[in-house]
Ligand binder design. Structure first.
Ligand code: UDP
Ligand code: MG
Length: 309
């Protein structure tokens, strides 16, 4: 039986796949391991290059999706097909330094923790805005959800079989892995490292993409935004009610004719805005429930060199 399975999601990574394997073979010389590449609907030569690697290395497995399903789906597919007692999750672009792997394996083999995960301490090479936005995301998420996400936590981790099996039990369609990893619990030891630049290719994450991803994360793990819109509605209704009493009293006491169209316009626009926002939030949750209720598969495999049992 294979001791270590390394799960590697790849999306348009034709240059990186080979470099990655070389590095892994260097640091894991003498170890028993398999590498499972998940080709997440790449449009370049990623699959061809992976197949070439698989032809000359019996410990290279691959799963190729019928289209791009996203990294979360690729992680799920990889974990589902990993056979090792230990499973490692890694990016193919070498931003998750393979040189850390021996230390991670040693830490987990000591036996007191179930997961050894890597944590970025710097965001060197990343834009200021992106770092700030990411910091804000962790702050907001940790404040409003019951889960505590570790800032700088990456998907780079080695997990014991029990942990992997627990994650696989969470078969939801909307997957936010960082949250799922935290949700299943278990003892985790964090190892810090400095941010590394990509070895080749380009990141597929735009600022807009990251923003959408953080909304997904929040919707997947907390329903607080729904309560916030209820709270806002209550506060504004109360304010409006007292303002109404105030106008009536003012009219009765001083026979002031009612004035202030500007105030009314502002109030209408503001409340209209809050209402639309609340409907939007509601819609987001409804959308997730709707998608979840369809029970669609998380990914569809087009081809693979892993035999189905
Ligand atoms: N990835 C994937 N599917 C996607 C986007 C990315 O499998 O739709 C893979 C990608 O090939 C890489 C990892 O996920 O191995 C991390 O992606 P990327 O380097 O673009 O993200 P970043 O490191 O900038 O956060
Ligand atoms: Mg990367």
């Amino acid at each position: 039986m294979t001791v270590l399975s390394i799960v590697v999601p790849c999306f348009n990574e034709e240059e990186s796949v080979g470099i990655f394997l070389d590095e892994i073979q260097k640091v894991l010389a003498g170890h028993d391991f398999e590498v499972i590449y998940i080709n997440d609907g790449s449009s370049d030569n990623t699959l061809k290059n992976i197949k070439n690697l698989a032809d000359s290395n019996p410990n290279v497995k691959y799963i190729s999706f019928s289209r791009n399903f996203g990294k979360e789906a690729a992680i799920y597919a990889g974990l589902s097909n990993a056979t090792g007692d230990l499973v490692c999750l890694m990016d193919v672009d070498l931003q998750h330094p393979p040189s850390m792997l021996p230390e991670m394996l040693e830490t987990i083999s000591r036996g007191d923790v179930d997961v050894v995960a890597a944590r970025r301490t710097t965001r060197k090479g990343e834009g200021r805005f992106k770092s700030w936005a990411s910091h804000m995301f962790y702050k907001v998420f940790n404040r409003i959800s019951d889960l505590e996400l570790v800032e700088g936590a990456t998907d780079y981790r080695v997990m014991k079989r029990t942990v992997v099996d627990s994650i696989l039990q969470l078969s939801e369609y909307n997957r936010f892995s960082k949250g799922l990893f935290q949700w299943v619990g278990f003892e985790t030891e964090w190892i810090s490292y400095e941010n590394v630049e990509r070895v080749a290719g380009e990141t597929t994450w735009s600022v807009w993409g990251l923003f959408k991803y953080s909304i997904e994360a929040i919707v997947a793990f907390t329903s607080i935004p729904l309560s916030i819109s209820t709270l806002l509605g209550t506060v504004f209704s109360a304010v409006a009610f007292f303002y109404m009493l105030f106008i009536v009293a003012k009219y009765l006491l001083y026979s002031d004719s009612v004035q202030g169209f500007a105030t009314i316009m502002c109030a209408i626009l503001f409340l209209g805005g809050i209402q639309l926002l609340s409907i939007g939030i509601l819609g987001k949750y409804l959308e997730k429930t709707y998608l979840e209720s369809k029970h669609r598969p998380v990914f569809i495999v087009k081809e693979s060199n892993i035999d189905e049992e």
